[in-house]
Design a protein around this ligand. Structure first.
Ligand code: SF4
Length: 82
C-alpha cells in the first residue's frame, strides 16, 4: 500500500499516501504532493490553495470506488444544462 502513487498532469509524483477513516465511517485515501513540486508550478493557482510554508502542496482525497463514481456522475451533471 505504501508504494501507491499518483502522478499529476504536470508529472509530479505524490509523496504521501495514507488510508484513513472519516468520522462517518467511510474509508478514504489521502494523497499528498510535495510543496517543492507545487510551489514553482505554473498550474498551482488553479490546482491548490496549499500554503507555501508546509511540506505538502496539493492534497487529494480518494473515496472508495463506488462513492468516487457517484461523485464523478454528480459533477458531470452539474456541468450540463439541466
Ligand atoms: S500544483 Fe502540484 S499537483 Fe498541481 S499540477 Fe502543479 S505540481 Fe501538480
Amino acid at each position: 500500500m505504501g508504494r501507491r502513487k499518483v502522478i499529476c498532469p504536470r508529472g509530479a509524483v505524490s509523496i504521501s499516501w495514507s488510508e484513513q477513516v472519516k468520522s462517518s465511517g467511510i474509508p478514504i485515501t489521502r494523497v499528498q504532493f510535495a510543496a517543492a513540486d507545487c510551489c514553482p508550478c505554473p498550474l498551482r493557482p488553479a490546482c491548490t490553495r496549499a500554503s507555501e510554508k508546509g511540506r505538502y502542496g496539493r492534497s487529494l482525497t480518494l473515496l472508495p470506488r463506488e462513492q468516487q463514481e457517484i461523485l464523478g456522475q454528480r459533477r458531470q451533471e452539474q456541468q450540463t444544462e439541466e
